[in-house]
Design a protein around this ligand. Structure first.
Ligand SMILES: NC(=O)c1ccc[n+]([C@@H]2O[C@H](COP(=O)([O-])OP(=O)(O)OC[C@H]3O[C@@H](n4cnc5c(N)ncnc54)[C@H](O)[C@@H]3O)[C@@H](O)[C@H]2O)c1
Length: 274
């Protein structure tokens, strides 16, 4: 049930690739809460076409931008402001990609060109977005910027390879830019550390099904679905969370605070007995 939490607010949502994408659900929920939205994705993703269905559903223009290109981000933020006739109230960074993961490289054999690309696409792009927004003075006071992270920023998950470093950098950028934008414009910057979620990016990771099930058995509430992540994003875009900034917020059904769960003890006991 919508609460009209984002009535009158406008913002940019990146990363909606298909209806499994977390950003797709955020766009739908933000729209339902009264926001007007500009959608963006890399030109390659747009050629796949699915984003157009979302754009039609929520009446949002699509402005393509490769998030590693400052020039394309400048056009995105400039055109979005022209479209809205004013500054932005929220931005979602929902972008991640590792060619090392795509090519199945293990942690000892990472390709360093790919590694740099992973950091550029998945972390530096967040800095670039905020730097462009700052230079264009594109944000209203009390605007809210959110990026999506994963607990591999704090704990070792070897199959997540270089994305672990990208997420650590992403969270660090949120703190540093959060401090800066807080002073400059009363803008908040946070990351949400989301449960494993069955999306294109998620299921591309080696062993995904195993750690999805493992996390689901560990978390007292179970894995948080994409729709719930979208609700959390909406709450962070809203005026109800104005003094939350520079945080990495766990959205994982309690996974990160559990040592071992009864479900896991039961599963291990069964397998030991076999
Ligand atoms: N799925 C999970 O298990 C999970 C868990 C925690 C965090 N996350 C994070 O959530 C975010 C969204 O991922 P998702 O799971 O919805 O998967 P997804 O594959 O639907 O979304 C990833 C998006 O990144 C976009 N992208 C890649 N390179 C880009 C570039 N150069 N410029 C602009 N966009 C680019 C893709 O086109 C795609 O839309 C990512 O940051 C991901 O790391 C995902």
């Amino acid at each position: 049930m919508p609460y009209n939490l984002l009535a009158g607010k406008v913002g940019i949502i990146s990363g909606a690739l298909n209806d499994k994408s977390i950003a797709w659900k955020v766009a739908q929920k933000a729209h339902a809460e009264g926001a007007r939205i500009v959608l963006t994705n890399a030109p390659l993703a747009m050629r796949m076409g699915e984003i157009r269905a979302l754009a039609a559903e929520i009446d949002a223009p699509i402005i393509p931008a490769d998030a590693t290109s400052v020039e394309e981000l400048e056009k995105l933020f400039g055109d979005a402001q022209s479209h809205f006739g004013g500054k932005l109230d929220f931005v979602l960074h929902s972008i991640g990609m590792s060619a090392n993961i795509r090519k199945g490289k293990n942690y000892g054999e990472l390709d360093y060109k790919f590694f740099q690309q992973t950091l550029d696409v998945s972390a530096l792009s967040f800095h670039k977005m905020m730097a462009v927004a700052e230079r264009q003075d594109a944000l209203n006071e009390w605007a809210s910027i959110v990026a999506l992270s994963y607990i591999a920023a704090q704990r070792a998950f070897l199959d997540y390879t270089d994305m672990a470093q990208a997420k650590a950098m992403l969270e660090s950028i949120a703190r540093s830019y959060g401090q800066r934008l807080g002073h400059l414009k009363k803008v908040r910057v946070n990351t949400i550390s989301q449960s494993p979620t069955k999306t294109t990016a998620g299921t591309g990771i080696g062993g995904f099904d195993a750690f999805y099930e493992y996390a689901n058995k560990m978390a007292p509430l179970g894995n948080a679905p994409a729709e719930a992540c979208a609700d959390y994003c909406v709450s962070l875009f809203s005026d109800l969370t104005r003094f939350v900034t520079m945080q990495n917020l766990m959205h994982d059904g309690g996974f990160s605070s559990v040592g071992i769960s009864e479900a896991l003890v039961e599963a291990m006991t069964k397998s030991a007995a076999q």
